[in-house]
Design a binder for this molecule. Structure first.
Ligand code: NAD
Ligand code: 0WE
Length: 263
């Protein structure tokens, strides 16, 4: 394979899930831009438009397009824009998750509802399938798609509840899409990140104490940064990871390898 000197030089990559400068997608964008990618962005609604417009300008000035992932027409329009602008898509970053607040607080048996379950799985899991379903015909040979997940999909985590179920579904979707898109030259992986203080995280009761616990009880003896997730994303979107598909790559300082934390 012909490796470019810069990790993702000239690759056309769609970034979905930017809200503000603290978003994991913002750190991914910066790493991709630094390593030569050409970027396009979608945002959930007009509340984020100003930030995205500015942020795009600072990172190569690619297209921006509104896309509510709960809406199939919006997804169709987003992929049509990417196709019109670029012809082909070399990479997709899906950094999106949402649960109604009552679904991620308290004991599961007290908080889970049919409607809450539905919304959480729709936005946090199905949205990735929907993007790949629409985009794959326009994805190039040697292209790559990634999504973001959390260890609460594999092991019960206080309060994460319905989000943990949706992340388990998301990780399974990575394996299914990787299985059938591999022969078309499309790789599909997820990054399981340790806790990071973002907008989605700051709304969570007790997040700070969880962050502190995680920081001391992890092999690396510190919390991970959004920049570290960004650099792993660049690797997974580059040809340097050409043999990797269907995986969940942990960027969590090693937290997931220990059954019980060491003193
Ligand atoms: P964030 O709030 O910055 O990002 C979440 C994004 O999801 C926002 O941009 C929001 O606009 C978007 N979104 C929600 N509903 C949407 C919809 N209907 N249509 C389109 N977009 C929608 O928070 P983040 O922490 O950067 O989260 C990004 C991803 O990382 C999520 O999948 C999250 O589960 C995952 N993650 C976060 C952490 C953490 O500790 N922050 C750890 C592991 C994994
Ligand atoms: O995936 C996430 C956060 C996802 C999230 C956050 C919110 C807050 C605001 C999804 N939906 C909402 N809905 C809101 O109304 N993480 C991995 C971060 C996170 O969230 C937790 C965690 C961790 C870690 C929730 C409970 C326990 C731990």
């Amino acid at each position: 394979m012909n490796y470019n000197s810069s990790m993702v030089e000239g690759k056309k990559i769609l970034v979905v899930g930017l809200a503000n400068k603290y978003s994991i997608a913002a750190a991914i964008t910066k790493s991709l831009h630094k390593n030569g990618a050409q970027l396009g962005f979608s945002y959930q609604n007009e509340r984020f438009e100003k930030f995205i417009t500015e942020f795009s300008k600072e990172n190569g000035g690619g297209f921006t397009q509104v896309c509510d992932l709960a809406n199939d027409d919006d997804i169709k329009k987003l992929i049509a824009t990417a196709k019109k602008e670029w012809g082909q898509i070399d990479g997709i970053v899906h950094s999106v998750g949402f649960a109604p607040a009552d679904q991620i607080s308290g004991n599961i048996e007290d908080c889970i509802t049919r409607e809450g379950f539905k919304i959480t799985h729709d936005v946090s899991s199905y949205s990735f399938s929907a993007l790949l379903k629409e985009a794959h015909p326009f994805m190039s040979d040697n292209s790559s798609a990634i999504t973001l997940t959390y260890v609460g999909s594999q092991e019960a985590t206080p309060n994460y509840n319905v989000m943990g179920m949706a992340k388990a579904s998301l990780e399974a979707s990575v394996r299914y899409f990787a299985s059938t898109l591999g022969s078309k030259g499309i790789r599909v992986n997820s990054i399981s990140a340790g806790p990071i203080k973002t907008l989605a995280a700051s709304g969570i009761k007790g997040f700070k104490s969880m962050l502190n616990k995680h920081g001391v009880s992890t092999p690396l003896a510190r919390n991970i940064t959004a920049e570290e997730v960004g650099n792993t994303a660049t690797f997974l979107l580059s040809d340097m990871s050409s043999g990797i598909t269907g995986q969940t790559i942990y960027v969590d300082g090693g937290y997931n390898i220990q059954a019980i934390s060491f003193d």
